[in-house]
Design a protein around this ligand. Structure first.
Ligand code: TRP
Ligand code: SF4
Length: 391
């Protein structure tokens, strides 16, 4: 099968990415024809204002991939913006994509919601106001989803709880209304995010796209756009299916979804000391306030981690000793930290090597760009011919 997948260059990868997507890629590259690319244009759709880290992030992403075992001799690794055909196809697909498909896209709404939420949270934090994130998220959620338009009056009232100051909630709402955030992503590019993504996938005639669950709506739109094109002109495109990872999700160190915005990640590039520190800070079974109380591994995030990084016998032993109060949480975490570091060491070492060899990285990327371009060009020829374009 032809497989295509991309990631936005937004910073170093963490274990959530590894077990959510990269592991899938590693399996696929042994059996299928894989194209993996850095979606740098997609990164610009919502982060166009501050691009000073973009170049570093692009290299970092490729370094993370190769260090994790993505093998340039098996997979085609490339950078989206180097293959201009993606842009050309985006333009053409834009002609046939109804606006309503994009407006109704849940990812579009969710991303807008998240940015909205982060804005309100950061504003409060900036004023040194402590926030209960879950509660705030709920309020912003209600503000955002309960009516057709954003309900600012509701937001202003609800924010009083947090700020205990009428002025602050007024100020937040004022800024939001002025478009501080709204305008940021109310752009043509952001709106067209799924069209660009459809072009990324369709141009390689991919049969499958390994992605995280959050990307499913985009894949659905991709299928619809492809189908519409085939129906309007000629059957050029293949409808791709999404490939989700089967493994349950590895959560962040605080037990919530692993995400940079929660500050609960363990990066593939974290040092041994950082990993030790993070593991020691992990929440365990909250009822187990002292060693003499038996623990419940099934509700303990540290235990879940063990099932990923610790050998089966030891995991069983930990289960047994935890439930009979024979092992303390600190000892248990020390074992985890050691195993996690054992898992990360080769990745870290490979990263260190690659960081020193930009020349090699450039060579890999340039070769990948060329290989991708060849396929993309071929498809564009068919596309243009099907649409009646001449040159
Ligand atoms: N939208 C994807 C993400 O944020 C990145 C992406 C862009 C992608 N184009 C793609 C993923 C094509 C798979 C296929 O993770
Ligand atoms: Fe969790 Fe380990 Fe403590 Fe048991 S001993 S509660 S598994 S950290």
């Amino acid at each position: 099968m032809v497989i295509v997948s991309g990631m936005r260059p937004t910073g170093k990868l963490h274990l959530g990415h590894y077990f959510g997507v990269i592991k899938n890629w590693l399996n696929l590259q042994n059996t299928d024809e894989c194209f993996f690319f850095v979606a740098d244009w997609h990164a610009l759709t919502n982060k166009y204002k501050d691009t000073k880290d973009l170049k570093d992030n692009i290299y970092d992403l490729v370094i993370d991939w190769i260090s994790s075992g993505i093998d340039p001799s098996k997979s085609t690794i490339f950078v989206q913006s180097a293959v201009k055909e993606h842009a050309e196809l985006t333009l053409l697909l834009g002609m046939i994509t109804p606006k309503s498909w994009l407006e109704l896209n849940p990812s579009y709404k969710d991303l807008k919601f998240n940015l909205f939420f982060q804005y309100v949270r950061d504003f409060l934090l900036g004023k040194n106001i402590k926030v209960d994130e879950d509660k705030l998220r709920q309020i912003v959620y209600d503000t955002f989803y309960h009516k057709k338009d954003i309900d600012f009056e509701y937001l202003e009232k609800s924010l009083m709880d947090f700020s205990a100051s009428d002025n602050i909630s007024k100020e937040i709402v004022f800024n939001l209304k002025e478009g501080d955030i709204g305008k940021d992503i109310d752009t043509f590019g952001f709106f067209g995010y799924p069209v660009l993504m459809a072009a990324d996938i369709l141009i390689y005639k991919a049969q499958a796209v390994p992605v995280g669950e959050d990307q499913l709506p985009h894949i659905e739109i991709t299928r619809e756009i492809g189908r519409r094109f085939n129906h309007l002109y000629k059957p050029v495109f293949i409808e791709p299916k999404a490939l989700l990872t089967e493994s349950p999700k590895l959560l962040g160190t605080d037990g919530r979804k692993m995400s940079k915005s929660y500050g609960n990640t363990i990066a593939l590039s974290d040092s041994e000391e950082e990993v030790n520190k993070k593991v020691l800070s992990m929440k365990t079974d909250t009822q187990r306030i002292k060693k003499s109380i038996p623990g419940r591994p099934e509700v303990c995030n540290v235990y879940t981690y063990h099932t990923y990084f610790t050998d089966k016998n030891t995991v069983e032993e930990i289960y047994q000793k935890c439930t009979t109060a024979q092992i303390g949480c600190i000892e248990c975490k020390k074992i985890l930290a050691e195993n996690l570091n054992r898992f990360l060491t080769p990745i870290r070492e490979k990263r260190r090597e690659l960081e020193k060899d930009k020349e090699y990285l450039d060579k890999i990327i340039i070769q990948g760009n060329e290989k991708a371009r060849e396929v993309a060009k071929k498809t564009m020829k068919e596309v243009k011919e099907a649409m009646g374009l001449m040159f």
